[in-house]
Each structure stands twice: as structure tokens, then as C-alpha cells.
Design a binder for this molecule. Sequence first.
Ligand SMILES: *[C@@H]1O[C@H](CO)[C@@H](O)[C@H](O)[C@H]1NC(C)=O
Ligand SMILES: *[C@@H]1O[C@H](CO)[C@@H](O)[C@H](O)[C@H]1NC(C)=O
Length: 243
Amino acid sequence: MGPQHLRPVQLLCLLWAITFLPRLLCYEAVASLFRGVTFSNWRWLLLRSMVCKQREGCEETLVYIETGTHKGVLGFKGCSSASSYSPQVSYLVSPPGVSIASYSHVCRTYLCNNLTTLQPFVRLKATDSKSVVYSSHNCPSCVGEHSRECLPVFVVLESCPMNAFACYSATIKFQAGSLNTTFLLMGCTNAYRSFLAKFHHIGSIRVTEELNIVEKSWLIGAGHSSLGSFWSVLLGFLLIFKH
Ligand SMILES: *[C@@H]1O[C@H](CO)[C@@H](O)[C@H](O)[C@H]1NC(C)=O
Ligand SMILES: *[C@@H]1O[C@H](CO)[C@@H](O)[C@H](O)[C@H]1NC(C)=O
């Protein structure tokens, strides 16, 4: 009796384990929307699910961005090897000015990544709803894709809140599963700096942020008036740099 005789048994055990050990079913979805986003109308459609690898959990990560009157939502649902954590909602970048909030949750029960609304952000915003006082400073404001929502003709100058006089502009990329979105984010902030440098990941969304160099030269000119066509020319340059 050698170990040779055990091999088929071991194989059977392995086959049994692969087939019958519990694996989780999770919703699979991505979100990437920059137009017509409101708290009441945005819905995350749950049309697909996926079977995870053993020990994986279900993740849902949603990012809500506001700059002036513009809003964007990006998100990922799917399997994750991270350990479970209860829903976490916080500002990565707080108002006034450009704000970026995130919601993230990893769980290990059947189809538990089932968030379909922006409700977590409604509650978050309710905690900071001081009335905003606007200044006479302006910044170009936009969130969306370079070739769509943020074409120079759609970028508007918006008044900055007090304490947020610097103009931010960056090209940001979010990647996770089939989420692969590159977008432009512009608006008022309290200091011209990188926002997301310390967040390489938001949940399993890989984040890269590239400050737009051309905007720095715009900043030098900021404060002076009659820049309307000046900055749209620079925006044009910015688009050229991106391609
Ligand atoms: C969503 O998932 C949670 C577990 O995370 C569960 O308690 C709840 O009943 C689910 N809601 C719906 C509408 O399926
Ligand atoms: C993401 O999209 C860009 C262009 O839109 C493409 O070049 C790149 O290969 C994509 N990456 C992945 C991981 O799909």
C-alpha cells in the first residue's frame, strides 16, 4: 500500500472541496456618471452577480464628488479578498470647495453588497451643512470626461467659498474590475495641492491623480480679471497635453 493509492482519493477530495465548499455570490456592477446626478434620482442598478473565489467577500465602494454645481459618482461592486468591514462613510476631501466623499463596505453574506442609492452621502452632508459664504474669487469648475462634460465650452467659472481661493485642476483615473474611468476635476480649494496622493486605493478602486501643470500658470494669473478667454485657451492646451 503506497501513497499512489491515495492519490485518486486526494484528487476526489480536492474536487469535492472546489465544488462544494461555500463560495459567496456577490453583486457585480460599476458606476461612472457625471451628468444629472442628484441624491434623489441616482440609482445603482443591480443586474449582475458573480461567484467569488473561496474566502473572498462582497465589496461595494462608491465615491461622490462635488465641485460648485457639478456632481459625479464612481463606484465598484464585486468580489474582494479584503477582510470584512462595516459600511464606512467619510470625506477624503472636505468642503468648502471641491469635495470627495467615499462609502465602502466589505461583507460575507449572500448578495450583501446591495446599496442602490446615494443615501450614505445624504447623511454625511447633513452633518456639515453650514451655510456657505461666497467670495469674489472664481475658478473654472467641472467634473467629467475631457471629451464630454469637461470640454472647454462646458467649463464654467464659479464663485469660490470663503477660505477656498485656490483653483484645483487634476486628471484623475479610477480603476477596479471593469471600472476604468479617466476624468477631469476642477474647482475651488483652500490650497493648490494634490488631493488624492495619500489614497492610492479607495476600497479596491486604484486611484491616480495628476495635477494639471498648465493650471499652475493659470494660478499665477488668477486674481486679475479679464481672463475669460485666457483660461479657455489654456484649457485647450490642457486637452492637447492629454492626448
Ligand atoms: C442588503 O444586505 C444586508 C446585509 O448587508 C441585508 O441585511 C439587507 O436585508 C439587504 N437588503 C436588501 C434590500 O436586500
Ligand atoms: C482603460 O482605458 C484606457 C483608455 O480608455 C485603456 O487604454 C486602458 O487599457 C484601459 N485599462 C484597462 C485596465 O482596461
